[in-house]
Write a protein that binds this ligand. Structure first.
Ligand code: PLP
Length: 377
């Protein structure tokens, strides 16, 4: 089946009791048992809930995996992956990960005895040099947040498979979504999502997910999901499923609008740098074109005039709302160094304070360009 069909039908069947076309919101914490230990597949909603099952099955199909697990946030999903490790284990991660991921790694997990090395994962030599006998995970974001740097998933999977410690390759696919990029098919072991973003798509729910191919890995992660308990409620699962149905049409428009805006910004005399994965000027444009269907809806750029100019511009748009997060139907603007990535300040991952990040929405592109044009003036 094509992904457009999977988004609408995978894991989602008319309700057997009523024929309801939409997956019901099974707002229940527990389930009656016919006899002790004899039930209909559900015992308690931390362990499993039918609305969550539908979401997990849909995401699994979209990513071309075998098993999916939904979490209460992208960070909860990330945390579950890292709980596969033990003190003394080592992780190689992209040096431009989401600020909250960096905060979790450095401020929560390093004190528990995990070690992290951050490298430019678009550079294969840097990954090879960072691997150690204790390396258990390679953590990629591609494209990264906020610099939109692109890493070659297939080449990195080969490096992981050839290394004696056999590190798992994890790809945070939040920016690309399975509509643009399918990391499991390129050799990754685990796909991570903040479903808060494009998967949900309407800025009305916080959620996360993992998708894997391997049964034993799934069992360990499902154990952690239940044992730790950072699960989404049925209403949140319903909202993500509802958003997912339109993922392909949304991503097509996000990308078409973003490509036009990237061109516009590139030609603007007040803009010194534009980062967009499918723009000819992007340093990894060839890798991006090989592993992604389009450049997606995120653009970062640096206006002339440093942080002050960036702050002024981000506060002057009318349609682009000044807000954290991304991936919704509405356009957002932010300054990562002062907002989403403030937790990387004074670290090696610190972001240019004059960088602006756009999440390009589904409004008419001419209105968006006019909005940016006025703000740049
Ligand atoms: N991964 C990426 C790439 C993100 O941008 C974010 C949030 O912005 C997360 C993970 C964390 O997701 P959540 O905010 O749903 O916990």
């Amino acid at each position: 089946m094509h992904i457009e069909t999977q988004c609408i039908h995978a894991g989602q069947h008319p309700d057997p009791a009523t024929g309801a076309v939409m997956t019901p919101i099974y707002q229940t914490s527990t389930y009656v048992q016919d006899r002790i230990g004899v039930h209909r597949g559900y015992e308690y909603s931390r362990t499993g809930n039918p609305t969550r099952t539908a979401l997990e099955a849909c995401l699994t199909d979209l990513e071309g995996g075998q098993y999916g697990l939904a979490f209460s946030s992208g960070m909860a999903a990330t945390d579950a992956v890292l709980r596969l490790l033990s003190p003394g284990d080592h992780v190689v991660a992209s040096d431009d990960v989401y600020g909250g991921t960096y905060r979790l790694f450095e401020q929560v997990l390093r004190p528990f005895g995990l070690d992290f090395t951050y490298v430019d994962t678009s550079n294969l030599a840097q990954i090879r040099a960072a691997l150690r006998p204790q390396t258990r995970l390679v953590w990629l974001e591609t494209p990264t947040n906020p610099l939109l740097s692109v890493s070659d998933i297939h080449a990195i999977a080969e490096i992981c498979q050839a290394h004696p410690s056999l590190p798992l390759l994890v790809v945070d696919n939040t920016f690309a979504t399975p509509f643009l990029q399918r990391p499991l098919e390129l050799g990754a072991d685990i796909v991570v999502h903040s479903t808060t973003k494009y998967i949900g798509g309407h800025s009305d729910v916080v959620g996360g997910a993992l998708v894997v191919k391997d049964a034993a890995l799934h069992q360990r992660l499902a154990f952690l999901q239940n044992a730790v308990g950072a699960v989404p409620g049925p209403m949140d699962c319903f909202l993500v499923l509802r958003g997912l149905k339109t993922l392909p049409v949304r991503m097509e428009r996000h990308a078409a609008n973003a490509a036009r805006i990237a061109e516009y910004l590139h030609a603007h005399p007040q803009v010194s740098r534009v980062l967009y994965p499918f723009h000819d000027s992007h340093p990894q444009v060839e890798t991006a074109r090989r592993q992604m269907r389009s450049g997606g809806g995120m653009i970062s750029f640096v206006p002339n005039g440093g942080a002050q100019a960036a702050h002024r511009m981000a506060e002057s748009t009318r349609i682009f709302a000044l807000a954290e997060s991304l991936g919704g139907v509405e356009s957002l603007i932010e300054v990562p160094a002062a907002m989403t990535h403030a937790s990387t300040a004074a670290s090696p991952l610190a972001v240019d304070p004059g960088l602006i990040r756009l999440s390009v929405g589904l409004e008419h592109v001419d209105d968006l360009i006019e909005d940016l044009d006025k703000a740049l003036k």
